[in-house]
Design a protein around this ligand. Structure first.
Ligand code: ADE
Ligand code: ZN
Length: 338
């Protein structure tokens, strides 16, 4: 089965994580910045990570080249083109404004570039989506609240709020008040949880932040009561297999628990997280787990179905993609001689 023919949503991708080394160098040239690497190959050669913290250091360093709205537009448009080729119909994209504010880029400028890119991608490739503004958990709740005060006038440009960056030692509960404000402004709420952090952080994301989806959520498997809750409430888990291997939360793809999560009835889907750093986009992740875990066509179609069900798209759009998905997967099954 051609996986790119399956309609899907990408629910866990950081726009800054789609910054390919070639674009890092192009943007540095645009702004006359000097980089500590000789060329894109030397930068890429440094993409060896021992954990989330070792990745985040380089990830934040590379973001210094994002200086004006056009940079954000170029970045997001390149991602959306790539995603559309993978059969992504809808992309719900994270961004980390606190880092860019720190570099002197106003929120309005960031949002202008990102919004233009989605509009253009809709015209060119028919892909749709929205932006989820993330609070960096290691900067703490006061900084998150300052960001929210800046962002509130722009709430109609945002799909939701999220929580990302270093997880261990930064539980979700202190971010409860800022999430309350964002939800009251009509935004969706999602949060990273159970990537490196314990199951209690997933409970906290659900109970205190009102998270409608959990990003990663892998470590829920250590807590059967949490698995029961996630299954019963059909909480989507946005899995990122390449990321888990490259950040060493899972030893290799063959031991990734994605198949087991599907069997348990968890509403898990496949995403790319930071594809420029982890070796592939959503289609590459799907193809790799299919092979490594020996997933059936049915299981792969279920992963795509879960991504659509987990999205914040209009119900009519979701129904349309689900119909299309059923048709593509039924044709694939009848075309299969075995
Ligand atoms: N920011 C970008 N990628 C991330 C990840 N995998 N976990 C937490 N924060 C992130
Ligand atoms: Zn992530």
């Amino acid at each position: 089965m051609d996986l790119t023919a399956l309609p899907k949503a990408e629910l866990h991708v950081h726009v800054e994580g789609t910054l390919e080394p070639e674009l890092v160098f192009a943007l540095a040239r645009r702004h006359g910045l000097t980089l500590p690497w000789a060329d894109p190959d030397e930068l890429r050669a440094g993409y060896e990570f021992s954990d989330l913290a070792s990745f985040l250091k380089l990830y934040y360093d590379c973001m210094t080249v994002l200086r004006q709205g056009q940079d954000f537009c170029d970045l997001a448009l390149a991602y959306l083109e790539r995603a559309a080729r993978d059969g992504v119909r809808r992309a719900e994209i994270f961004f980390d404004p606190q880092v860019h504010l720190d570099h002197g880029v106003p929120l309005a400028e960031q949002l202008a570039g990102l919004t233009d890119a989605l509009a253009e991608a809709g015209r060119r490739w028919g892909i749709e989506g929205g932006y989820i503004m993330c609070f960096l958990r290691d900067l703490g709740p006061r900084s998150a609240e300052r960001l929210w005060r800046l962002a509130e006038p722009w709430a109609d440009r945002l799909l939701g709020v999220g929580l990302d960056s270093a997880e261990v030692g930064f539980p979700p509960e202190p971010f409860g008040p800022v999430f309350d404000q964002a939800r009251r402004a009509g935004l969706h709420a999602v949060a990273h949880g159970g990537e490196e952090g314990p199951p209690s952080y997933v409970w906290g994301a659900l109970d205190r932040l009102g998270a409608e989806r959990v990003d990663h959520g892998l470590r829920c498997l250590e807590d059967p009561a949490l698995v029961d809750r996630l299954v019963a409430e059909r909480i989507p888990l946005t899995g990122c297999p390449f990321s888990n291997v490259r950040l060493r939360t899972v030893a290799d793809l063959a031991s990734h628990p994605l198949g087991r999560m599907l069997e348990l009835g968890l509403q898990v889907c496949v995403n790319s997280d930071d594809p420029a750093y982890f070796g592939g986009y959503v289609g590459d992740n799907l193809e790799a787990v299919r092979q490594a875990l020996g997933l059936s066509d049915r299981a792969v179609a279920q992963l795509c179905r879960n991504s659509i069900l987990g999205s914040f798209a209009e119900p009519a759009r979701r129904a349309q993609w689900l119909d299309e998905l059923d048709q593509v997967s039924a044709t694939a099954v009848t075309a299969d001689p075995v």
